[in-house]
Design a protein around this ligand. Structure first.
Ligand SMILES: *Cc1c(COP(=O)(O)O)cnc(C)c1O
Length: 442
């Protein structure tokens, strides 16, 4: 990011959608740079994503030993792909139109250990760092049984090292839990949105939590600075980390397998739509990247952001990425979707997404709470507010996205479409907060 002065009135002329963002309306932005060919970035290859998957496989014996809840999945941290026909009916009834095709929920709100999508990238990066240290110290080889990581000896070893991260909450939870379990000294720099219960839970596990009055971008900045001065400290950089990105991307390979298992076709006659809530961009970005490599033109991916924090939309549309923040156009970045309260997007992710995603849309906080209640009542599934940004995707597609459908020749294929709403968080939310959310109407 730099401090160059932005000419907002000029931007407004060039990008009239900015005015709709400023006045907090539902915005559907189509990415005109989307290419029809798969483009593998030479710095992020499918081989690297497969390597990440293998690394997680190596660690599965450790995960199983340290977190017995993962016994069922043999130490693999994965979530279910679930059809949500009752929720679909509810949406169609409320809206007065049909959503052609089948509606699924990718249940990352129920990912074991961290209860959010951050269990993918966050845990992966810490494991990858731990493996590197252990290999360098000659404590292990790649062919060993990694259950060794769950031992007093390893814990002693890792206690000489530090891990730090800046977070709006969930990334801190994920990194804090796994780092503390391995034995690292871990510090989480929490921005003002972060919920009390997340800080309490981390402190219980021996994690140092530093609280800021300011937003996410400055919490990250402070964390980064503190870590730079300490050689033994590994700073997990949500805006730029390759390991985080790869950890998230593995979800694409796993989803491919799940779709096969469920005999769900994705091809020229069977389009796949995926709706991902977006904060700084790492989690949805990694997943989108891998899915695009696998399915090419047959997959259509949309990122979802709250009215108050459309940072990825703004950064990609203007091409300014992290050189523009939602505050620059007069938005507050204050939203109940705490996981998405990011005012400035990742440049690394935004640039990569230019050839990958079909577009972004914005959603009102009031929708998130209606959806939260509806999902609980129809499917008995609790997802935190941020996770509901994806639920609006199929609705938006049928409302402001019809020109996209026509343009891509999909109109007569929509009955065969599969829509996947990517749920992102919820399982660790305490009962009291759940009741509060379920009763919130705004
Ligand atoms: C972090 C998070 C996201 C978005 O991930 P980013 O990498 O910040 O884009 C979405 N939903 C929830 C619940 C999250 O915690």
């Amino acid at each position: 990011m730099n401090n160059q002065k932005l000419n907002i009135s000029e931007l407004l002329m060039q990008f009239p959608l900015i005015e709709k963002l400023q006045t907090e309306q539902y915005v559907f932005w189509e990415n005109e740079k989307l290419t029809s060919k798969k483009q593998e970035n030479e710095n992020i290859t499918m081989d690297m994503i497969r390597d990440a998957e293998k690394r997680l496989q190596r660690f599965s014996s450790y995960i199983q030993a340290a977190f017995p809840i993962t016994k069922f999945s043999k130490g693999i941290i994965e979530s279910e792909l679930k059809e949500i026909a009752a929720m679909k009916k509810l949406i169609e009834g409320r809206r007065g139109f049909n959503i052609p095709g089948t509606l699924y929920l990718k249940c990352d709100h129920a990912l074991p250990i961290a209860g959010s999508i951050k269990a993918r990238g966050g845990i992966y990066e810490v494991l990858s760092h731990a493996e590197k240290l252990a290999l360098e110290a000659g404590l292990i080889t790649e062919d060993d049984n990694y259950e060794k990581f769950h031992s007093e000896e390893f814990s002693q070893f890792f206690s000489r090292y530090k891990v730090a991260v800046g977070s709006t909450g969930n990334l801190g939870l994920s990194i804090g839990i796994i780092s503390a379990e391995l034995g690292f000294q871990v510090t989480v720099h929490m921005s003002s949105e972060a919920k009390e219960w997340k800080k309490d839970l981390l402190r219980e596990k021996g994690v140092e939590v530093i609280e800021y009055e300011s937003d996410y971008t400055s919490a990250v900045e402070n964390g980064r600075k503190a870590a730079e001065q300490d050689e033994t400290c590994h700073f997990i950089d949500d805006e730029n980390s390759m390991d985080l990105f790869l950890g998230y991307a593995v979800a694409g390979l796993r989803l491919e397998e799940q779709l096969k298992q469920a005999k769900i076709k994705v091809d020229a006659g069977h389009p796949l739509f995926v709706y991902l809530p977006c904060g700084v961009g790492g989690a949805p970005g990694g997943i989108a990247y891998c899915l695009k490599q696998i399915y090419g033109d047959y997959v259509h991916i949309f990122f979802a952001e709250p009215f108050a924090s459309p940072s990825m939309l703004l950064g990609m549309m203007t091409g300014l990425h992290d050189n523009i923040s939602v505050n620059d156009i007069g938005l507050t970045n204050q939203t109940e979707a705490d996981g998405l309260a990011v005012g400035r997007p990742s440049r690394f992710v935004g640039t990569l997404m230019e050839s990958v995603i079909s577009g972004c849309y914005t959603v009102d906080d009031s929708f998130l709470f209606r959806s939260l209640k509806g999902m609980f009542e129809t499917e008995n599934i609790f997802m935190e507010p941020s996770a509901h940004a994806g639920v609006y995707g199929p609705i938006e597609l049928m409302m402001q996205g019809t020109s996209y459908i026509k343009k891509h020749g999909l109109a007569d294929k929509m009955e065969n479409a599969t829509h996947i709403i990517w749920s992102t968080g919820g399982d660790l939310v305490p009962e009291e907060s759940r009741q509060h959310y379920l009763q919130t109407e705004i």
